[in-house]
Ligand binder design. Structure first.
Ligand code: DC
Length: 229
């Protein structure tokens, strides 16, 4: 029997417009949007503040032995009605988006026990369906039975341009070169790590949004969703 509220898994590379699409889809459908990248970023921020991770290296045993000290939850911001992430009850939605955290997060995301903790929480949040979840392993690991899986892609140049515009709003000194290097490094680490690497599952529908506006991308995705509902 077809469900009223399905689970939509959105995976893809960094800065491909996954979150933009996931947010818009969730709002159109009245579903919950969960940004799983924010969860990995929040763990990276915590470990950075504790001094367990720097650009030079990572103290993996401190990270793993202290995972139970990290609590994460999402709360709706009443001004813009978006879900924002809280790390140990403190809103870190802005702090996790810096290039500094982007440069550390892939190392954190490659640790097996970090992944199992976050995957468990993601599965709990999405167990009743009516959820749009975006990340790297949603269709492959978190919800392998999701009714709809989208794999979002865009050309490397467009991804750099989009990230540049976004980060420029908070950091006028940011350079395109540093963003390009970070995206290339994260693509490499996300696709080659041994724990749940980013893959395109066979049942995922590819959505290349290089030449699409956010509205066009949403329209296309809604057509696909309506076929599944
Ligand atoms: O989507 P994002 O760029 O905010 O994600 C930050 C990092 O977290 C990304 O480099 C890979 C990792 N990540 C992951 O490994 N698995 C997920 N489900 C989501 C993100």
């Amino acid at each position: 029997m077809k469900k009223d509220k399905i689970t939509i898994a959105i995976d893809g590379f960094s800065s491909c417009g996954k979150s933009t699409l996931a947010k818009a889809l969730a709002s159109e459908l009245g579903y919950i949007f969960i940004d799983t990248g924010a969860m990995y970023r929040a763990v990276a921020l915590y470990c950075f503040k504790q001094g367990w991770i720097t650009k030079e290296g990572i103290d993996e045993s401190s990270v793993v032995n202290n995972l139970d000290k990290i609590t994460l939850h999402f709360e709706r911001n009443l001004e813009n009605s978006k879900l924002e992430i809280f790390l140990n009850n403190i809103n870190v939605e802005k702090e996790i988006r810096t290039l500094e955290v982007s440069q550390l997060v892939s190392k954190i995301a490659s640790i097996k026990l970090v992944r199992s903790k976050l995957v468990f929480e993601q599965q709990k949040m999405g167990k009743n369906g009516g959820v749009v979840m975006d990340g790297r392993d949603i269709g492959s690991v978190v919800f392998p039975n999701a009714e709809l899986k989208l794999f979002v892609t865009a050309s490397p140049e467009i991804r750099v341009e989009r990230r540049y515009k976004e980060l420029l709003l908070t950091d006028p000194t940011i350079s395109k070169e540093s963003i390009k290097a970070n995206l290339e490094e994260r693509d490499y680490l996300d696709t080659t790590r041994s724990e749940s690497p980013l893959i395109q599952t066979q049942d995922a529908i590819i959505l290349d949004n290089s030449n699409l506006t956010p509205d066009e991308q949403l329209y296309l995705a809604l057509e696909i969703v309506n076929e599944r509902l």
